[in-house]
Write a protein that binds this ligand. Structure first.
Ligand code: UD1
Ligand code: CA
Length: 458
């Protein structure tokens, strides 16, 4: 089989974004646009990916990583000039080359495959991925002859009124015979309104050489959306979100209001999980089956087991085992591991801590840097005092222990199993197994106090 290559154009600054961040690094559903593009190129299957970098080259390289080779385009002289930078790596190869822009995050591998298939069936030297646009403004137009054959692409800024009226647009994605592409690129000039070397000019050059050039018109124009400004970025995000949410719903996840549910691209969710409106799930989060995620919860890079109930809470880089629950209004911070059937109630913050099976932390508590065993009951208003102003220290509470309300555990403290800590205690020393730690001033009642008060206070 002929070899397949891909060239991803990602050197532009993206002036229209008005941003310090380079255009292709702007995120859509939690992933840089250029990463979405490379994901889909990989789905289509290629032997080699070459990404053209320029503005922000180092950051783009870091983001894409080892999935691609990189070539630096020092000056951004146009899309044709950009592809030509891959000459050293690709020009000697024979095969098929896919060229795709780093700013079209919605294109799917499926469409890329159809494009290549069309190209092969037509035995063409170049095939444009085109689309019918109701508002073609800003895109290059595909100009056809009276016989409906593709002749050339004309950019918006170079188009005559008649050409501008054409609705078939260039999506900025193409397949070429690799050798024909690099030969034609040598002939591309910059005599146009922008003074740039346009990649689309390759079409007319090949056509004039008598080669077959075609266009494959895709069904869903929305896939072709090129993001040049923040308005288009928001549009792309909405479309991507719709696609992601539909996939989850088809896989058996209930979304009460998919238009107001924000799930990033790499999130995994099990069947029969129900998600209420206003929920955001980010990063590499994995959620199990039959969970309930209540409105306004935000979960990032976390692992949630089966039958977990989360209401209006914030969870980051943490894990919750099966049948546990949290909320409303609680916060799990990084390195927190919540065991099976654990109950975390409201206004609880947990950080860098482990909580064993069946342990309960009902209300208004801070658990930081602590290891809690199984079946522990933590009362209201307990604080694990983990910071002495300079260093953090860890505490430990054994299985079956009972921590009364308003206890301060001054770390480092080791409380053995079956222990009791009396309400209101400030615990600074270890507590042995089965003991009760009590550290508070005894109550004293002063008799006849009322009688002694001056009349004004009564
Ligand atoms: C381009 C096409 C246009 C098409 C549209 C689809 C050209 C001349 N025009 O226009 O026909 O309808 O895409 O979205 O190709 N880039 C480089 N180096 C450069 C210039 C650009 O790497 O010197 C990269 C950009 O980073 C971007 C991509 O190429 O990812 C496209 O460039 P952009 O300026 O966005 O082209 P459009 O004006 O959108
Ligand atoms: Ca563009």
């Amino acid at each position: 089989m002929a070899k397949r290559f891909a060239v991803v154009l990602a050197a532009g600054q993206g002036t229209r974004m008005k941003s310090k961040l380079y255009k292709v690094l702007h995120q859509v559903s939690g992933k840089a646009m250029v990463e979405h593009v490379i994901d889909q190129v990989e789905i289509a299957g290629v032997d080699k990916v070459v990404t053209i970098v320029g503005h922000g080259a180092e950051v783009v390289k870091e983001t894409v990583g080892e999935r691609s080779e990189f070539v630096l385009q020092e000056e951004q002289l146009g899309t044709g000039h950009a592809v030509l930078q891959a000459k050293e790596i690709l020009a000697h190869e024979s095969g098929t080359t896919l060229v795709i822009c780093g700013d079209t995050p919605l294109l799917t591998g499926e469409t890329l495959n159809q494009l290549v298939k069309h190209h092969e069936n037509e035995q063409a030297k170049a095939t444009i991925l085109s689309a019918h646009a109701s508002n073609p403004f800003g895109y290059g137009r595909v100009i056809r002859s009276a016989e409906n054959l593709v002749e050339k692409i004309v950019e918006q800024k170079d188009a005559s009124a008649e050409e501008a009226a054409v609705n078939e647009i260039n999506t900025g994605t193409y397949v070429f015979d690799n050798q024909a592409l690099f030969q034609a690129l040598e002939e591309v000039g910059n005599d146009n309104s922008q003074g740039e070397y346009y990649l689309p000019d390759v079409i007319e050059i090949l056509k004039n050489k008598g080669e077959i050039v075609t266009a494959y018109q895709m069904e869903r124009m929305e896939e072709a959306l090129g993001v040049n400004d923040r308005v288009a970025l928001a549009e792309a995000s909405v479309l991507m979100q719709k696609r992601i949410n539909e996939l989850h719903m088809r896989n058996g996840v209930t979304l009460i209001d998919p238009r107001n549910t924000y799930i990033e691209a790499d999130v995994k969710i099990g069947t029969d999980t129900i998600i209420e409106p206003g929920v955001t799930i980010k990063g590499k989060t994995v959620i199990g089956e039959e969970c309930f995620i209540g409105s306004n919860s935000e979960i990032r890079d976390s692992k949630i087991g089966n039958r977990v109930r989360i209401t209006s809470s914030n969870i980051e880089e943490a894990s919750m085992a099966d049948d546990s629950n949290i909320g409303p209004y609680s916060h799990l911070r990084p390195k927190t591991q919540i065991g099976e059937a654990v109950h975390i109630g409201n206004f609880v913050e947990v950080k860098n801590a482990t909580l064993g099976k069946d342990t309960k932390v009902g209300h208004l508590t801070y658990v930081g840097d602590a290891d809690l065993g199984e079946n522990i009951n933590i009362g209201c208003g307990v604080v694990f005092v983990n910071y002495d102003g300079k260093n953090k220290h860890r505490s430990k509470i054994g299985d079956n222990s009972f921590i009364g309300c308003n206890v301060n555990v001054i770390a480092p403290v080791d409380v053995a199993k079956n222990a009791y800590l009396a309400a209101g205690s400030t615990i600074t020393k270890d507590v042995p197994e089965g003991a009760m730690g009590i550290a508070r001033v005894r109550q004293e009642n002063k008799a006849g106090y009322w009688e002694k008060l001056p009349p004004a206070k009564k």
